[in-house]
Design a protein. Structure first.
Length: 435
């Protein structure tokens, strides 16, 4: 019986952590859920005991003590793909876990389940893999009753990160582009990973062992994309293998965006990890943990896609293009007003009867365009800036209609043309959620 027992799930707002917390709760565990931003996460799962668990701050035994009070077991799901704005592989995979392990030993919390990943080896040559491997060595060297689980590609009805990208490639119009294509996945269903964690918390569970967790069906990257395309109900399309040299600029851009806070699976670490190992070795985890594992094709067949899945896959690439287009529209409009279009802007304002107010209105209006255009690219501000753009445009249209109503029927449509831009503002704001 687990009734009344408490488990601390770290990374409980993530793709894997949120589902593991839910699975443990269904099994009767009292869940203390750790996240960097617990207030937002608590709105989604108010039944959990949410606590702030930022590994950048939890680097001492004393800092961990309140989180471990009354806890019987810890599930660590924290991981970051690459260093960037707010993300540090060293903090997430080494400094934080080192303090956590020491704090568990001091507090008498014996059971630690560490969720690692296939390919978390020094030989992969990435900071992600090196620090992940160091985490595993820290766990293995501890006095705890530990278990390390290293799943292959984790799939679920929901999608995030790599699985979101694969679905987007599958839904790409006319063809599906992939880099490489021969990488071997052995996908494991997220529900089966949850069942393994629950089994790992039983008294007779394996102890002080490391399990690679590949699924029973091996599929190449090309086959994965084709299977997902069929799952989405889309007509078959050819898979285009993109040469790595042509894909290199996209990876560089992905790395740069990651450092600016726009995390993306299109990064050099992701491709290097896929080339190294995303399959894993057979470790007997199914038999040892008593879990029923199904293949990827069966998982898709038993998890029908919905229209929401199709929308998400199709809009995955549309959203960044929309943000870039919208931001550049405002930025370039402002720069043109300050530069070659200055006299024309003043002429229009004088035509509207604004007289001596024409210069300050033109100057402040152009500045607003430039500031909002740049601010849209700041990751935490994007949705709010898009809403401000929408509201600012309403004010712009009201003022324009009062002073220059005939522009509504102008052949070039200066008023009508901003309406699609307003719809784009709403789209960007409405699709801001990442989890």
């Amino acid at each position: 019986m687990t009734e009344g027992r408490r488990v601390l799930v770290l990374g409980a707002n993530g793709f894997i952590g949120s589902h593991l917390a839910a699975a443990l709760s269904r099994e009767g565990w009292s869940v203390r859920a750790g996240a960097r931003r617990p207030a937002e996460a608590a709105r989604r799962a108010p039944a959990f005991d949410w606590v702030s668990a930022d590994f950048a701050r939890l680097t001492t035994v004393e800092a961990w003590a309140p989180l471990l009070d009354g806890v019987d077991a810890v599930i660590n799901c924290v991981g970051v793909l690459q260093d960037g704005a707010g993300d540090s592989t060293r903090l997430a995979h080494v400094d934080g876990p080192r303090a956590l392990i020491a704090a568990c030993e001091r507090a008498g919390v014996r059971r630690l389940i560490h969720i690692s990943a296939v390919g978390a080896d020094d030989a992969a040559g990435t900071a992600y893999a090196r620090t992940k491997a160091e985490t595993e060595r820290l766990v293995e060297g501890s006095a705890l009753d530990w278990l390390i689980l290293r799943p292959s590609l984790v799939v679920d009805r929901t999608a995030f990160g790599g699985t979101g990208l694969i679905r987007a490639l599958a839904a790409f119009p006319l063809f599906s582009p992939v880099v490489g294509g021969d990488q071997i996945f052995r996908p494991i269903a997220l529900g089966e990973l949850g069942a393994a964690v629950i089994a790992a918390l039983k008294p007779d569970a394996p102890n002080r062992e490391t399990f690679d967790m590949p699924g029973p069906e091996a599929v190449t990257m090309v086959e994965t994309v084709r299977l997902y395309r069929g799952w989405l109900g889309l007509a078959p399309a050819p898979v285009l293998r993109v040469p790595r040299m042509l894909a290199a600029p996209a990876l560089v851009i992905g790395d740069l965006l990651g450092r600016l806070g726009w995390s993306s699976p299109i990064r050099t670490t992701a491709i290097r990890q896929m080339d190294h190992d995303v399959s894993g070795r057979d470790s007997g985890w199914v038999e040892r943990l008593g879990v029923q594992a199904s293949g990827f094709s069966r998982f898709l067949a038993e998890t029908p896609a919905s229209v929401q899945d199709v929308w998400h896959a199709r809009l995955w690439f549309v959203r960044p293009v929309s943000i870039l287009t919208l931001g550049l529209f405002w930025l370039i409009t402002g720069l043109i007003s300050f530069g070659p279009g200055w006299n024309d802007a003043l002429a229009v304002l004088h035509e509207g009867g604004l007289g001596r107010w024409a210069v300050p209105i033109a100057w402040w209006g152009a500045l607003l365009d430039v500031v909002l255009g740049l601010a849209l690219f700041v990751r935490p501000w994007t949705a709010r800036v898009a809403v401000i753009m929408f509201l600012s445009t309403i004010g712009y249209l009201i003022a324009g209609t009062l002073s220059l109503p005939h522009y509504w029927v102008d052949p070039l449509g200066p008023w009508l043309k901003v309406l699609p831009m307003m719809a784009l503002c709403l789209f960007v704001a409405a699709t801001d959620a990442r989890r």
